[in-house]
Design a protein around this ligand. Structure first.
Ligand SMILES: O=P(O)(O)OC[C@H]1O[C@@H](O)[C@H](O)[C@@H](O)[C@@H]1O
Length: 299
């Protein structure tokens, strides 16, 4: 694998196919592009700020130590989704040849001080290690969170993945029926009884404790486009801002871009993970286009 380390980003190119490429910004360690044989798999707003002035609108922003806003002690002052997505991570280099693997790290010294200082008054010592593996048709991102402090603390984690679709109105996400979700639009918890998640309006749901064996599949006109597998990430957020909400976001362009994206966000967000001093926690998201069969596990 060729690795090009530029000032603000790292580009990985597959040796077996030079048209398979991954771009990771140092800012937020945000994957902003993943092309398989020239075909882009992720959605990135054309107005996304890539200069570190604002979290990236698109790609795979990383959410830590809080998902959304929380009134929990130590989290109240943090802005939505925490500080991992607006801190400049350190590129550690290539760590494995096969599958080609690189790593990025974040610790309090590197974290955006304005935001980090709002988490328990900036008093929690931690290390985040992000491992990114690029295979021919698969992207695996693994996070390891370590408590390097002398006291316990807690956190949420989430991969805020913007997947590209041809037309959201022709797309479904399966394997969530039967699961309990908190619907952030109507502010209610219910069991989703639809045969699949479809999209004809703003959608913002947190599915809780979804069994790991359930692969989340984005199905476009009957074809499986993306398979999202999770390791140690029990919750899944499904988000599409639709017309009004995306219209109000200055960094969301083109304005009809909501038709070409769906966020499937594997995370640990319903409950906090608590780590005692010296403990660590590890989780992965695996997105793949290999499997074309619809997985029928639900109901
Ligand atoms: O605009 P932000 O901070 O990137 O958040 C985008 C969306 O992120 C999703 O994860 C949340 O469920 C939504 O409620 C939120 O609107």
């Amino acid at each position: 694998m060729a690795i090009d380390q530029l000032d603000d980003r790292v580009i990985l190119t597959s040796e077996s196919n030079p048209k398979t490429q991954l771009t990771i910004l140092n800012y937020g360690a945000t994957v902003i592009s993943w092309k398989i044989n020239s075909e882009e798999q992720l959605w990135l707003s054309t107005a996304a700020k890539l200069d570190g002035s604002k979290p990236v609108r698109g790609g795979i922003p990383l959410v830590f130590p809080v998902f959304g806003k929380s009134q929990a002690e130590g989290f109240k002052d943090l802005p939505q989704h925490g500080f991992a997505r607006n801190s400049i991570w350190e590129f550690l280099g290539q760590t494995k040849a096969n599958p080609p693997t690189v790593q990025f790290a974040l610790s309090p010294e590197l974290a955006n001080p304005d935001v980090y200082s709002k988490w328990d008054k900036g008093d929690n010592d931690f290390t985040l290690l992000l491992t990114v593996e690029l295979d021919d048709q698969e992207l695996k991102t693994t996070i390891e969170v370590e408590n390097t402090d002398k006291k316990a603390w807690k956190f949420n984690w989430l991969f805020h993945t913007y997947l590209r679709v041809d037309d959201i109105e022709d797309s479904l996400v399966n394997n969530l029926p039967g699961e309990t979700c908190y619907d952030q639009i109507v502010k209610e918890t219910y069991v989703d009884k639809h045969p699949a998640v479809d999209f004809d309006k703003e959608t913002d749901r947190i599915y809780k404790q979804v069994p790991e064996k359930k692969i989340l599949q984005v199905i476009d006109k009957g074809n499986v486009l993306h398979n999202v597998q999770r390791v140690n990430l029990p919750d899944v957020v499904v988000w599409n801002p639709w017309i009004e909400k995306s219209g109000g976001m200055g960094d969301f362009e083109p304005k009809n871009g909501y038709l070409n994206m769906v966020c499937i966000e594997p995370g640990h967000v319903h409950d906090f993970v608590e780590l005692k001093p010296g403990e660590s926690w590890k989780a992965s998201q695996i997105i793949s286009t290999k499997n074309k069969d619809i997985q029928l596990l639900s109901i």
